[in-house]
Design a protein around this ligand. Structure first.
Ligand code: ZN
Length: 137
């Protein structure tokens, strides 16, 4: 695969409800986007055992379609481009309720040191010189 990171999509609610909910349809967003964003919930339903005919409960896990809320006037990013294929998103764009823009995913240029915590606010800045006990050799 090429090292192109692709694009991500940002959406902004410009004329919709104050908090506009979009459903990230599993068949469109998850399957084409390559990653399932759905959450799961457990369920039980009545089930008759075909062998014994006894009634029981069948438990399972099913996906719950993810949704996202777009506060009006705020760009919300991080969507896979397939979000634009979701019927609800397309119609909202067609009606002028939301705007979309594609943002290239760039290589991270400013390296953020993974070890440093919240910057500027480290209460124990002085390293404690508690040397480990010398390994008895
Ligand atoms: Zn899904």
């Amino acid at each position: 695969m090429a090292s192109v990171l692709g694009t991500t999509v940002e959406l902004r609610n410009v004329a919709g409800p104050r908090h506009m909910a979009l459903t990230l349809d599993h068949g469109t967003y998850c399957e084409r986007g390559g990653a399932c964003k759905c959450s799961t919930e457990s369920y039980t339903k009545a089930h008759r055992d075909p062998a014994t005919g006894a009634l029981g409960n069948l438990a399972g896990i099913r996906p719950v379609t993810a949704s996202v809320t777009l506060p009006r006037g705020v760009w919300v990013g991080g969507f896979h481009p397939v979000v634009l294929r979701i019927a609800g998103v397309r119609s909202a764009i067609a009606q002028g309720l939301i705007e979309c823009r594609e943002v290239p995913i760039a290589e991270v240029e400013s390296p953020t040191p993974p070890m440093s915590g919240s910057r500027g606010d480290s209460p124990t800045r002085r390293a404690r010189r508690t040397e480990p006990a010398a390994s008895g050799d």
